[in-house]
Design a protein around this ligand. Structure first.
Ligand SMILES: CC(C)(COP(=O)(O)OP(=O)(O)OC[C@H]1O[C@@H](n2cnc3c(N)ncnc32)[C@H](O)[C@@H]1OP(=O)(O)O)[C@@H](O)C(=O)NCCC(=O)NCCS
Length: 164
């Protein structure tokens, strides 16, 4: 696995009400990241989350972000947000956005996405795409609040590696 580049390690982002520190994930975060993905309902039987994490770390670990909220009394000093950003030279992608349910509605989702967008733009990425399950109305509302629009396109995929 490639270690994250030091230059991309830390970025403090202040949300309107609660400060969130967004930084590149480090190995000590990995179990908590998997816990948050599970707690936020992002895992699927056909996708082994641990293998997804390993693949990301082997590819572009500097775009796996976590947010910690030192001033949040509910979740002090814990990773409360995750975001997996990516750029393949044409479009940026955002996956595995998760905010600890105990800390939702505090601007953490917006803050970590803003930092993901900043990092993608710094790489020259002209547009971000993302996929949301069609019945995840809460997430669709969130993305719309951040200025994302439904594209006139059908999402298609084909599995190359079976995880189980
Ligand atoms: C979706 C999720 C990331 C939102 O995180 P959050 O920290 O609670 O969101 P924020 O507090 O940053 O909200 C940002 C903005 O979106 C708005 N918003 C959030 N959910 C909304 C909804 N369902 N409808 C309309 N607006 C919404 C907020 O009011 C806020 O607006 P403001 O910045 O103008 O005040 C979080 O609930 C989560 O982890 N959900 C489970 C996992 C998931 O579905 N991930 C997305 C997969 S695509």
């Amino acid at each position: 696995m490639r270690p994250p580049r030091a230059a991309a390690e830390t970025k403090a982002v202040t949300s309107p009400k609660f400060p969130l520190v967004v930084r590149t994930a480090i190995p000590a975060d990995h179990e908590r990241i998997l816990e948050l993905w599970e707690a936020c309902g992002l895992t699927r039987p056909w996708n082994d989350p641990r293998r997804d994490l390993e693949r990301k770390l082997a590819h572009d670990p500097e775009l796996l972000l976590v947010g910690t909220a030192p001033d949040d009394t509910t979740t002090a000093n814990k990773v409360v947000a995750t975001l997996m950003a990516g750029y393949e030279g044409h479009r940026g992608w955002l996956n595995y956005l998760a905010v600890d349910p105990a800390a939702s509605g505090r601007g953490f989702g917006r803050a970590i996405v803003t930092e993901g967008e900043r990092r993608l733009e710094a790489l020259g990425c002209p547009k971000i795409n993302l996929q949301v399950r069609h019945d995840n109305m809460a997430a669709i509302g969130f993305w719309e609040a951040l200025g994302y629009m439904v594209d006139d396109a059908v999402s298609m995929g084909r599995r190359l590696i079976l995880d189980n």
